[in-house]
Design a protein around this ligand. Structure first.
Ligand code: GCB
Length: 627
C-alpha cells in the first residue's frame, strides 16, 4: 500500500526543517552535478502490488535484473518502450543511477533535488530511504549529506508509482481494486480479469509518468540562504526579505541591480524596503518591455563570502476592478492559450527544444498570455516567460475535482503553497488558478475552496486568485463569488450544439454576460474551440475538419468582440495551443486535436485566423479602438 494521508502528514511535519526550494544556481559558491541522463530502469508487473518495496529492491543492484533496461531522464517513460505494456503500465517502476561524487566538494551540503516526478516517488541514496513525495509538477529536495560517500560511487534509486493521480484521490479511480470476483465454486462473476485497472484519470490528458524534469545533486554551503521574497510595484516601491539557516556572526549584504548591471540599492539587513525613482517596469508583450532587476544576497563571515544568491524580479503591479485586470494600472487583455507540456516520445518530460519552439510560436501568433493548464510548468519556462514578457496564470494540478474531503483539501493546500513558493518572484505570473473545472455546484465545495483562497491570499496579496469553471453555470456555482476574477471554459459549437455554428455568437454572449451580471467580477474565457484532424478538409465544413474548427473559433470571436466592447471579458484563451495525447476514448483519435498547431507544431488553418486576430490586437495601448 502507498501511504497517502500519512505520508502527507509526515511531509508537512518535515517541510519546515527542510531547506526552502530556491531555484538551482551555479555561482561563486554554489554548484551542482546533473544526474540527468540514462538511468537503469525496471518495471514491476502491471498493478503488481508492492513487490519492489516489499523485497527491498532499494538494497539491490537494479542493473543486474534480467528485465533491466535504460530510461532517459528527464522524460516520461510511457512512450520510450516498444509495447503497450509500458505505455499503459499501472503501478511501480524503478530508476537507478550510479554516480561518483567528488571528494572536492565534501565540505558542502549535498541536496538531492527533483524538479518533477509524477506521481508518487520514494527516494533512496545508497539503499537508505531519504524521502518520499506525492504529486508531480513541483520540485522537492532532501539533504543527503550524511548518506553520500565522497570520492566514491553512489547509488541513487527512485521508485515511482503512477497510481495516485491528483484528482482521483477522493474518487479512487486508480487503485488496486480487484474488479473480478468469483463465487465459492470459482466461477467468475465479473466481466473483467483479476486486477483489471485502467490507466485513465478524471482528466483529458495522458497520464504520463516517471522522472519528468531534471535531477540535480545541489551543493550549497553549510550556512546558506534559504529563501528570498521580493515584492516590487509599478511606482518603484519594493520590499524584500531573505532567510538563512544560520545568521550568527554572519554579515548580510543585499544589492539590487538594474538590467544594465548598475547597482541601484544596497543594505545590510535581511529585510528592507525602499523606492526606486524611475524604475523600469516589467510589461507584458504589447504593453512595453519586460524589464528585469536582480537582487543579490550575500552572506559574509570574517570578510569571506560564504554564500551568494541572485534572484531576478520585476517592478510591476496587478490590480483588478469588477470588470477588468490591470497591469501597471493599464487595462490588460489576455490574448492567450491553454497548453500542455506534451510532445512525441518524451510525453510530459522537459525538453529545451520543445519549450523554446512553443514560446517562439506563441510570440509568432501575437499572444501575450497563457495558463499553465493543468499543472505548474517547468522552472526553466517560468524564467523564459519573465524574459519574453509573457503573462501567465499558474494552475495547481487539480483537474475535475469531484470530491472535497479534508485529506484532499490538505494535499491541495500543500501543492498550492509549494507552487506559490516556487513561482512567487516571477513578474510574469499575474494570477494563481486553484483548479480546473471542479464540480463546484456541490455545496461542500464552498468550504473547501474558501481554504484555498485564504491560503493563496495569506501568502501572496499581490496577485488575484481564480478558478476555472466548466461543469457549473452562473446560476449554480457555490464558489465563484470567492474568487478575485472568474475563468470560464465553454465549447459552443462542439460539446454544445455541434454543427450549429450560427448559434455560437449568441450563446457565448448570453452565457458569459450572465456570469458577469451575477458575480460582478472580471472574466477570462479560458477555453473554447473544436477538434480538427490535421489535413482533414471538408467544404462545407463538418466536425473534425480544419474548416469546422476554424469556423467555430471565428464565430466565437464575434461574441468575444461584443463582450470586450461591453467590458464583460478581460481576455480569451484558445483550447488548445497544440494537439496533445490523451487516454483512449471514443471521442479522441490518437489524442485531443483541438490544437491550432499539430502535435509536431505545424500550423492548421485555425492558427492563421487566430494569428491575424491576436496581431491586430497585440498593441494593448489601442485596446479601446479595436472595433
Ligand atoms: C476541458 C478541459 C480540458 C479538455 C478540454 C476538451 O474543458 O479543461 O482539459 O482537454 O475541455 O478538449 O475537452
Amino acid at each position: 500500500m502507498i501511504p497517502r494521508l500519512w505520508d502527507f502528514l509526515i511531509l508537512l511535519l518535515t517541510t519546515s526543517l527542510a531547506t526552502c526550494l530556491l531555484h538551482v544556481q551555479k555561482n561563486e559558491i554554489r554548484t551542482f552535478d546533473s544526474l540527468d541522463g540514462l538511468w537503469t530502469f525496471v518495471r514491476e508487473p502491471h498493478n503488481g502490488g508492492d513487490i519492489g518495496i516489499g523485497n527491498q529492491w532499494n538494497t539491490l543492484d537494479l542493473d543486474k535484473f534480467s528485465n533491466a533496461t535504460v530510461m532517459p531522464v528527464p522524460s516520461a517513460y510511457n512512450d520510450i518502450g516498444t509495447g503497450s505494456e509500458l505505455r499503459d503500465h499501472i503501478g511501480w517502476v524503478w530508476y537507478e543511477k550510479k554516480e561518483f561524487v567528488p571528494l572536492r566538494d565534501r565540505n558542502m551540503r549535498h541536496v538531492l533535488r527533483f524538479a518533477s516526478v509524477n506521481y508518487f516517488a520514494v527516494v533512496y541514496v545508497n539503499s537508505e530511504k531519504v524521502t518520499s513525495h506525492t504529486g508531480g509538477h513541483l520540485p522537492f529536495e532532501v539533504d543527503v549529506s550524511s548518506q553520500i560517500k565522497f570520492g566514491a560511487e553512489n547509488k541513487f534509486t527512485v521508485a515511482v508509482n503512477n497510481t495516485l493521480s491528483w484528482s482521483t484521490i477522493p474518487q479512487g479511480d486508480f487503485n488496486y481494486q480487484k474488479l473480478a470476483q468469483r463465487n465459492i465454486s470459482g466461477r467468475i462473476l465479473s466481466r473483467l480479469p483479476d486486477g483489471a485497472v485502467k490507466n485513465v484519470g478524471n482528466f483529458d490528458f495522458f497520464n504520463y509518468a516517471g522522472i519528468l524534469r531534471t535531477v540535480q545533486l545541489v551543493k550549497i554551503p553549510s550556512t546558506h540562504i534559504q529563501n528570498i521574497n521580493i515584492v516590487a510595484d509599478h511606482t518603484g516601491s519594493f520590499f524584500f526579505e531573505t532567510a538563512a539557516n544560520n545568521l550568527d556572526g554572519i554579515q548580510v549584504e543585499v544589492k539590487m541591480f538594474d538590467g544594465d548591471s548598475n547597482q541601484v540599492y544596497t543594505t545590510n539587513q535581511t529585510k528592507g524596503e525602499g523606492k526606486l525613482e524611475n524604475a523600469k517596469l516589467w510589461w507584458p508583450r504589447g504593453m512595453g518591455d519586460p524589464n528585469l532587476y536582480t537582487l543579490e544576497v550575500s552572506l559574509i563571515s570574517d570578510g569571506e563570502l560564504i554564500d551568494i544568491y541572485r534572484e531576478t524580479f520585476g517592478f510591476r503591479t496587478v490590480t483588478w476592478s469588477d470588470s477588468q485586470i490591470f497591469i501597471n494600472s493599464k487595462p490588460f487583455y489576455c490574448l492567450g492559450f491553454g497548453m500542455h507540456e506534451d510532445f512525441e516520445l518524451i510525453g510530459r518530460g522537459f525538453n529545451q527544444a520543445v519549450m523554446t519552439k512553443d514560446l517562439n510560436l506563441l510570440e509568432w501568433m501575437g499572444g501575450n498570455c497563457y495558463r499553465t493548464t493543468h499543472y505548474p510548468y517547468s522552472e526553466e519556462r517560468m524564467f523564459e516567460n519573465d524574459r519574453r514578457g509573457i503573462a501567465v496564470i499558474v494552475e495547481t494540478p487539480a483537474v475535475g475535482l469531484k470530491g472535497f474531503s479534508k485529506a484532499n483539501n490538505n494535499l491541495h493546500i500543500k501543492m498550492l503553497t509549494d507552487m506559490i513558493d516556487r513561482d512567487k518572484n516571477h513578474p510574469s505570473v499575474f494570477a494563481w488558478s486553484l483548479a480546473n473545472e471542479p464540480q463546484t455546484a456541490k455545496k461542500e465545495s464552498r468550504a473547501y475552496f474558501k481554504t484555498l483562497v485564504d491560503t493563496a491570499h495569506g501568502i501572496d496579496r499581490t496577485r488575484p486568485v481564480t478558478t476555472v469553471y466548466g461543469p457549473t453555470n452562473f446560476d449554480n456555482d457555490e464558489t465563484a463569488d470567492l474568487m478575485d476574477f472568474i475563468c470560464v471554459n465553454r465549447y459552443y459549437g462542439w460539446y454544445i450544439d455541434m454543427g450549429y455554428i450560427p448559434w455560437i455568437n449568441q450563446s457565448v454572449y448570453w452565457d458569459i454576460s450572465l456570469w458577469r451580471e451575477t458575480f460582478h467580477k472580471p472574466i477570462i474565457v479560458t477555453e473554447y474551440g473544436a477538434d480538427s484532424i490535421p489535413g482533414l478538409n471538408q467544404e462545407p465544413s463538418v466536425d473534425f475538419s480544419e474548416q469546422y474548427q476554424n469556423e467555430v473559433i471565428q464565430e466565437t470571436h464575434h461574441a468575444f468582440d461584443a463582450l470586450h466592447k461591453d467590458h464583460t471579458i478581460t481576455g480569451e484563451m484558445i483550447w488548445n495551443f497544440a494537439d496533445f495525447m490523451t487516454g483512449m476514448t471514443t471521442t479522441r483519435a490518437v489524442g485531443n486535436h483541438k490544437g491550432v498547431f499539430t502535435r509536431s507544431r505545424q500550423a492548421k488553418i485555425a492558427a492563421y485566423t487566430l494569428r491575424n486576430r491576436y496581431l491586430k490586437r497585440f498593441d494593448q495601448t489601442q485596446l479601446e479602438i479595436w472595433d
